[in-house]
Write a protein that binds this ligand. Structure first.
Ligand SMILES: CC(C)(COP(=O)(O)OP(=O)(O)OC[C@H]1O[C@@H](n2cnc3c(N)ncnc32)[C@H](O)[C@@H]1OP(=O)(O)O)[C@@H](O)C(=O)NCCC(=O)NCCS
Length: 163
């Protein structure tokens, strides 16, 4: 996750967050988050035969059979090969298998190419937004202070064709 979100130089991914300095996550923060949200699942995409983790995603049920999707990340060395699309589709199929009918996520408004990527995957902006939390440096130090989270969602109800 740190290399995918914040990697620099040759190891940077195409969507890196260049408006925040520092790591995206630490092992302690991740463990605390998992304990605080026991209904959520943090999933990894493992590549055989060596068992290397090539991607991850966080899935958590909300209300009305809607699920929150976050922390979708792929190893920058494997990006732009279709892995992100594969992982997102697998996450959607898993949500449907759990009875979910809608998936929601947030993206920082400055990340236009990432929003476009989700739109190409069938997501749409809902019009909702909320301020990006400022002053909480556990997830990095903000280099801009004008950011907002935009909400996107996708309907997974019957009739939806699993990719
Ligand atoms: C978002 C992310 C998971 C996508 O993973 P990926 O493995 O690169 O995804 P894919 O290979 O399936 O897709 C690559 C796409 O990006 C496009 N792309 C590649 N480089 C690009 C660039 N510089 N600008 C715009 N689009 C670009 C490709 O054309 C391709 O588009 P298409 O699938 O519509 O054809 C990955 O970039 C990532 O881990 N980002 C950092 C973490 C993050 O921000 N996650 C999102 C949280 S909401």
């Amino acid at each position: 996750m740190n290399r995918a979100y914040r990697g620099a130089g040759a190891s940077a991914g195409w969507t890196r967050e260049d408006y925040i300095a520092g790591d995206r996550i630490t092992e302690n923060l991740l463990r605390a988050d998992l304990l605080a949200k026991p209904r959520g699942s943090f999933m990894k995409w493992v590549v055989e035969p060596d068992g290397q983790v090539a991607g991850c995603v966080w899935l958590e049920p909300e209300k009305n059979r809607s699920w929150y999707l976050g922390s979708l990340a792929t190893d920058p060395d494997r990006q732009n090969t279709g892995l992100g699309r594969t992982l997102l589709a697998a996450a959607e199929r898993w949500i449907v298998s759990q009875g979910g009918t809608r998936v929601r996520l947030t993206v920082v408004d400055a990340r236009e190419t990432l929003i476009a990527w989700y739109v190409r995957r069938g997501y749409h902006l809902t019009g909702e937004s909320e301020p990006f939390p400022d002053g909480d440096e556990r997830f990095g130090r903000l280099l801009r202070h004008d950011l907002r989270f935009l909400f996107l969602e996708k309907n997974l109800a019957p009739g939806y064709d699993a990719p």
